[in-house]
Unconditional design. Structure first.
Length: 197
């Protein structure tokens, strides 16, 4: 019988009460106290300060993480991104990627879920307002905005779209010329069929 990834995910989530390794195989459990608890997410406990991500690091994550890519495709690059160590219940990984969109007052938190002790699935774990006290600390440490890269990306996408539109227009012209030639040939064939021999 073939086992699918979705089947493993469901099994992993249903068996979340079974003890699993939280950080990696053989890693000791996290024993730190909480440094911050978001009132909207009391089930997640921040451990230590967040680590701001450079544009390069974020783009590497973006290249490999479909959940992050889906959000960026939908609303664009975030203003800031960071990694935060958390104390979380199984099957969640002990780090979260958090992205901030101040123009929308939105924070998105992504995490990986373990399936059979392997961080197999990346999921959007939280979407909500940016906590005010949290945003102050993010703004203070974040020096690089990703908006410039988003503008560059948008310009590149627009240029590629224009090239694709031009290619499609050329192709449509060729098809129209072919259709006209076929119509001319059919018309000549019809006229010749009318001539009596």
């Amino acid at each position: 019988m073939k086992t699918t990834r979705i089947g493993l995910l469901v099994a992993g989530l249903l068996l979340s009460g079974v003890p699993t390794v939280a950080y990696g195989q053989g890693a000791p459990p996290i024993t730190h106290d909480c440094d911050y608890v978001d009132p909207e997410r009391p089930y997640v406990c921040d451990v230590g300060p967040p680590k701001p991500l450079s544009m390069r690091s974020f783009q590497e994550i973006l290249a490999h993480d479909s959940a992050v890519r889906a959000v960026v495709r939908r609303i664009g690059m975030p203003y800031a991104a960071e990694m935060q160590r958390v104390r979380a219940e199984s099957p969640w990984f002990s780090w979260e990627l958090r992205t901030y969109y101040p123009s929308y007052d939105r924070m998105y938190a992504f995490s990986r879920a373990f399936i059979l002790n392997v961080p197999e699935v990346s999921l959007l774990r939280f979407e909500g307002k940016i906590p005010r006290d949290r945003w102050t600390s993010v703004s203070a440490v974040q020096q690089t905005t990703y908006a410039g890269a988003d503008a560059d990306g948008a310009a590149g996408r627009a240029e590629r779209a224009a090239d694709e539109a031009e290619r499609l227009a050329d192709q449509a012209t060729r098809y129209a010329d072919q259709a006209e030639a076929i119509a001319d040939q059919a018309d000549q064939g019809f006229k010749q069929s009318l001539v009596k021999h």
